[in-house]
Design a protein around this ligand. Structure first.
Ligand SMILES: [Fe+2]
Length: 283
């Protein structure tokens, strides 16, 4: 079993953002203000010389955290081996301290469903995740991985446990770490009305190695995790609480739509870094 992040990467890394090519020039120009870059692995699957050179150049200048969107670790019919091979190649070239994916599925019966779909929180789903993660690790190699909670559009029936108990069991069975998306947690708590403190109490504290923060918006009565707004004040307050509890190693700001001037992204990275480091001082 691959070692958990805490064993392999003892140092706190800092704050950064999920790399977007539209910001490439500003990213290099401000690299002293960016501790880490998450890269969406799928954006680097193009095997052209230019794409490989782009990834190598990023890896020369930044700590990279490859993040997958479509590995579909929750698929009962197993992983797409061609996708897995391309994902593993990006992870290898990124020379990353860990890689990450979602507690979700994006394919069923060979059909791509086009978004991250929630898993039922059952023992059967845990077995599927364990089996697929084991296969992924055989190809990717001995590198820690962190799995992320998603913003769920619905709560599935038939659950045998709540999400944090499911995540705890996943960590215990597989030795994976957790990428806690604080915006997703915020969105789910608003939409489904659960208590965030109870959720945090039930998580395996030592397993949370990375956070995502992002901005969402209301669409009628539903809070949508759109990644198209500045991080909400409530989410920053939750990030502070999470950092004081779990002392994660890195925080990544996600901004996918309505890209603002890069200074706004840098300001959010700086705010995340301050929270992370102040939490470290308190411990
Ligand atoms: Fe996320």
């Amino acid at each position: 079993m691959a070692a958990a992040v805490a064993e392999r990467s003892p140092l706190r890394i800092g704050a950064g953002y999920s790399f977007r090519r539209a910001y490439a020039a500003q990213t290099y120009a401000n690299r002293a203000r960016i501790d880490v870059l998450e890269i969406v692995a799928d954006h680097f699957f193009d095997n052209s010389k230019a794409c490989r050179r782009e990834l190598d150049l990023l890896a020369e200048h930044f700590i990279l955290l490859p993040h997958g969107l479509d590995l579909s670790l929750g698929s009962a019919d197993g992983l797409d081996e061609a996708y897995l091979a391309r994902f593993a190649e990006v992870v290898r070239r990124a020379r990353a301290p860990w890689w990450s994916e979602h507690v979700a599925f994006t394919r069923a019966g060979g059909i791509a469903i086009g978004h991250l779909a929630p898993l039922p929180f059952t023992r059967e789903a845990l077995e599927v995740l364990e089996r697929n993660l084991d296969r992924a690790r055989r190809v990717i190699g001995d590198l820690p991985c962190a799995l992320e909670n998603i913003a769920a559009p619905v709560v599935l029936g038939g659950a045998e446990m709540e999400e944090p108990a499911f995540l705890r069991a996943l960590v215990e069975r597989t030795g994976c770490s957790l990428l806690l998306d604080v915006e997703n947690l915020h969105a789910n708590a608003l939409n489904f009305g659960f208590d965030v403190d109870c959720y945090l109490d039930a998580l395996p504290a030592g397993a949370v190695v990375q956070l995502h923060v992002a901005g969402g918006e209301w669409n009628g009565a539903t809070y949508v995790d759109s990644h198209a707004r500045a991080v909400h004040a409530d989410v920053w307050r939750l990030v502070e609480r999470v950092c004081n509890r779990f002392a994660p190693k890195a925080i990544v700001v996600e901004r996918d739509e309505a890209l603002p001037p890069f200074d706004e992204v840098l300001a959010e990275i700086e705010r995340a870094r301050v929270i992370l480091m102040q939490a470290a001082v308190c411990r």
